[in-house]
Write a protein that binds this ligand. Structure first.
Ligand code: ADE
Length: 290
């Protein structure tokens, strides 16, 4: 169960880019569990359809729409087809992105531009289209997933720079779009374990190695990010816009030179919950006589 009340997002429609894997999949699951219908969009068509079928066996609540967010035409048709098929767009979560690890001195212009286009331009295109086609008239809420780049982002400097651009874009849009009733914020996750991220990092054991630098002495879970996204989309955040919420258990503030925190087990456990597809949950409720 989500920590939020059942039905919180009943009747609402969200687009989640990168919504089939890792943090994006957790966001999709939690939104769906709270009654939202979610369009998941990314380039990997097979995986999108498989995850939509997994999360919504009847196909009602999770809809797969292949889209390269770098393409203006594809973004326009993602947004217009969502409105024509689902009738509305209430929320946008810009989670799709990517980068590779390398020192700046070795970057090619092509590699630099690719990271800028996916992370910064893709977010700009998604925000602009959702605003122009829907939120300008109807309002809504947007969450941009960035990264914990408060000490720069060495070895992924292109991504650090692009996400800093997204944070500043978010501030501008929070003011430009206020009179349409649009709220827009960022979430900056710290070190979050997911099987997708683990595969991407190969056998570097990055999660285990990161623990000493995290005051909580554990990594975050994807559910700890999705609950923060749900909060920012919800009426509970109705006076919050233009801001960034770090979900990092104070990692970005921690300097062991000032205060060394030994390993401990006192941090609250992640509120992990098991997701059940809605149709199955309905069946369980009726077979329980509820
Ligand atoms: N996730 C990573 N890169 C992407 C892209 N170009 N389009 C959509 N989702 C993505």
């Amino acid at each position: 169960m989500s920590v939020f009340r059942p039905g919180l997002f009943s009747g609402k429609v969200a687009i989640v880019t990168g919504g089939a894997t890792g943090i994006g999949k957790a966001i999709t699951e939690e939104l769906v569990s709270l009654g939202c219908r979610v369009v998941i969009a990314s380039r990997k068509e097979d995986r999108l359809h498989a995850v939509a079928a997994e999360l919504s066996p009847g196909g009602r609540n999770v809809i797969a729409k292949p889209c390269n967010i770098r393409s203006e035409d594809q973004v326009k048709s993602l947004v217009s087809s969502t409105i024509s098929e689902l009738g509305r767009i209430d929320y946008l979560v810009n989670n799709g992105g990517g980068q590779f690890s390398a020192p700046v001195a070795s970057f090619s212009l092509k590699g630099w531009n690719a990271v800028m286009e996916t992370n910064l331009t893709g977010t700009f295109l998604m925000c602009r289209e959702v605003f122009n086609q829907s939120m300008k008239e109807r309002g809504g809420a947007i969450v941009n997933i960035v990264i914990d780049n408060y000490r720069g982002f060495p070895l992924m400097a292109h991504s650090g720079a692009a996400r800093a651009g997204v944070e500043n874009l978010t501030k501008s849009l929070s003011v430009e779009w206020a009179e349409s009733g649009v709220r827009i914020n960022c979430i900056a996750p710290g070190i979050i374990y997911s099987s997708t991220a683990s595969k991407n990092y190969g056998d570097l054991n990055v999660f285990e190695k990161s623990k000493p630098g995290i005051p909580a002495k554990r990594c975050g879970s994807t559910r700890e990010v999705s609950s923060a996204v749900c909060f920012l989309l919800s009426p509970g955040a109705s006076f919050i816009s233009g801001d960034t919420l770090k979900v990092d258990a104070a990692s970005s503030l921690y300097s062991p030179q000032l205060l060394q925190i030994e390993d401990h087990k006192n941090w609250p456990e992640a509120h992990d919950w098991e997701y059940k597809p809605q149709e199955e949950a309905d069946e369980t409720r009726s077979s329980n006589g509820a």
